[in-house]
Design a protein around this ligand. Sequence first.
Ligand code: C5P
Length: 237
Amino acid sequence: MQDIDIKKHLIVPLDFPNAAEALETVKELEGVVDYLKVGKQLFTAAGPDFVRELLKMGFKVFLDLKFHDIPNTVASAGIEAARLGVDMFNIHVSGGRAMMETTADKVKSFCEENSIPKPIILGVTVLTSLSSEDLNEIGYRNSAEEQVRLFCKLAKASGLDGVVASAGEVKIVKEECGKGFITVTPGIRPLWAAADDQKRIVTPRKAIEDGSDYIVVGRPVTKAKDKKEAVRRLLED
Ligand code: C5P
């Protein structure tokens, strides 16, 4: 059994409807969590100012807005994410090679010209909410697993730094793209927590031992009475 430093791997999503509620949780997590995720809900409600506030407090931020548009539009949004100072953001692999390449290139040049650190750019492979039947219905002929295999290779070839995938797919990603290709995995539940609406769940320890670089764990931490204690107990299997 590996000795794991949970702080290095944990990303806590701030799935809240406003800045005030998010901030309450953030304050309780100071000291035990380094990385926070701001997604579509909170970003739509609280905007870049709230992200700046988190960065000022010393947190790392994963901006989970899953951009998908024409290459120039996504690259421009990526540059604004870099200017904002986030440490990680994501784009859909299904947006295609040109969209990913343009974004990776333009963000890199922007960061070099402005001497700022380049955020990690992740590709969203196949949303875990989609079954193979759902994929078929929208015209994908591959199974979800085959599609993930194809998408992670394409993301790497297009210059991205890693992918978001389910913990069950980490081995495929590392097999196809190598150890250095970053994987971020949601759908994580410690044995002591409720599954909520997550279906194919994996424990934090198993996900990290299988090669997840970062695990996204939300409600088991954010809904806990003692949030610091919940973080401490994440590796209890
Ligand atoms: O509370 P919970 O741990 O289920 O939160 C997981 C987070 O990861 C949420 O922000 C959710 O939107 C996100 N996510 C997910 N499954 C995916 C992609 C993202 O649960 N396939």
